[in-house]
Design a protein around this ligand. Structure first.
Ligand code: NAD
Ligand code: IPM
Ligand code: MN
Length: 365
């Protein structure tokens, strides 16, 4: 197949991890006979430096016309002055809004070989397989903001329609998994959460085959650490989802491991690792490219419909997590490029139909 993929490397480690993910997509195209045309565009701090805007109109237009968008990360100390008129993160938020990608899928699995890296005891980590569905285009991120000399506000607003569509997505996804949805809110305090809860409850009636439970976000933060294997699909609002998924990444062993897919109604989606620009390790070939590479696998699956290819990439990543080399965040000493090359080598074996090579590797799913 032919596909047009816009890449937005962004800032910090963004370009390093995006390059690794693009190399993997290029290898997939070569092995499986596809043609992917890549169009690199600026976003974030580098776009501010070059054009004054964190999401230049031409970059947005390219994203809107693409089959899928692959993003690295935005932001960094250079653009973090609280008094700055324009911020890199505004570009990312504007892009999510413009693409209408309201459902942010953040899958979490704990690879057995990495369990020792988690702060939790190994026995708690067996079977952890959670799909977070984070609402991505509403809530406090997008409400009105005010600021005067001694006060500031961020309006948190949700409409029934916004809650309903992301809830439906969560229930649909649960049907392809273990049929259990945990909806996380703060309904004991927040009016938006009460609207959230009653809407999710109503939507649940259309999915009698899926079990629904509600959990308050503060206790959820604790339960994620004490009983992580209990959860299947976790659906929550924008800010809660942002925080809970970074917490969840600690279970997996590193923030550098987790991918994400941001989806709307169409096929075009936005794919990015959940981590940020990691300014402390940027430019050192030290970033773990796994989250970005797994985001490319989600791109193959959700925007291009290439399930076999997505599985091949996931299997290759799995092989490397098991056998190394490992990057520094995982206790190893491999650089970004070395991890990328190991994934490419494993992919080559897989695409070459050496199925036995992957025996012992967990099944794709
Ligand atoms: P961060 O995710 O950039 O880094 C947190 C810690 O995790 C750092 O110690 C970092 O070195 C480590 N880390 C992150 N990614 C890694 C990887 N791939 N491999 C190894 N280690 C990794 O979060 P932060 O420091 O709070 O934020 C830095 C900047 O990134 C901020 O400007 C923030 O707004 C931005 N940010 C952007 C995105 C995005 O573009 N999607 C996401 C989160 C944060
Ligand atoms: C993420 C990031 C972003 C968010 C920031 C950079 C706007 O933390 O993708 O998780 O809060 O959504
Ligand atoms: Mn985040």
């Amino acid at each position: 197949m032919k596909a047009r993929i816009v890449t937005l490397p962004g800032d910090g480690v963004g370009p390093e991890v995006t390059a690794a993910a693009v190399a993997v997509l290029e290898a997939v195209a070569a092995h499986y006979g596809h043609r992917f045309d890549f169009d690199e565009q600026p976003i974030g701090g580098c776009a501010i430096d070059a054009t004054g805007a964190p999401l230049p109109p031409a970059a947005l237009a390219a994203c809107q016309a693409a089959d899928a968008v692959l993003l690295g990360a935005v932001g960094g100390p250079k653009w973090s002055d609280p008094n700055a008129a324009v911020r890199p993160e505004q570009g990312l938020l504007a892009l999510r809004a413009a693409l209408g990608v309201y459902a942010n899928l953040r899958p979490l699995q704990v690879h057995p070989a990495l369990a020792a890296l988690s702060p939790l005891k190994n026995e708690k980590l067996a079977g952890v397989d959670v799909l977070f569905v984070r609402e991505l285009t509403g809530g406090a991120y997008f409400g009105a903001k005010t600021r005067d000399a001694d006060a500031a506000t961020d309006e948190c607003r949700y409409t029934v329609a916004e809650v309903e569509r992301v809830a439906r997505r969560a229930f649909e996804l649960a049907r392809g998994r273990r049929r259990h949805v945990t909806s996380v809110d703060k309904a004991n305090v927040l009016e938006t959460s009460r609207l959230w809860r009653s809407t999710v409850q109503r939507v649940a009636a259309d999915y009698p085959d899926v079990a629904l439970e509600h959990q308050l976000v503060d206790s959820m933060a604790m339960l994620l650490l004490t009983q992580p294997s209990r959860y299947d699909v976790v659906v929550t609002e924008n800010l809660f989802g942002d925080i809970l998924t970074d917490e969840a990444a600690a279970l997996a062993g590193s923030l550098g491991l987790l991918p994400s897919a941001s989806l709307g109604e169409g096929r075009n989606g936005l794919y990015e690792p959940i981590h940020g620009s990691a300014p402390d390790i940027a430019g050192q070939d030290a970033a773990n490219p796994t989250g970005a590479i797994l985001s490319a696998a989600l791109l193959l699956r959700h925007s291009l419909g290439l399930e076999d290819e997505a599985c091949a990439v996931e299997a290759a990543v799995e092989y490397v997590l098991q056998h190394g080399p490992r990057s520094r965040d995982l206790g190893g000493s491999a650089g970004t490029a070395q991890v990328r090359d190991a994934v490419l080598a494993a992919l080559e074996e897989h695409a070459g139909a050496h199925a036995a090579f992957f025996s012992g590797v967990r099944a794709c799913g």
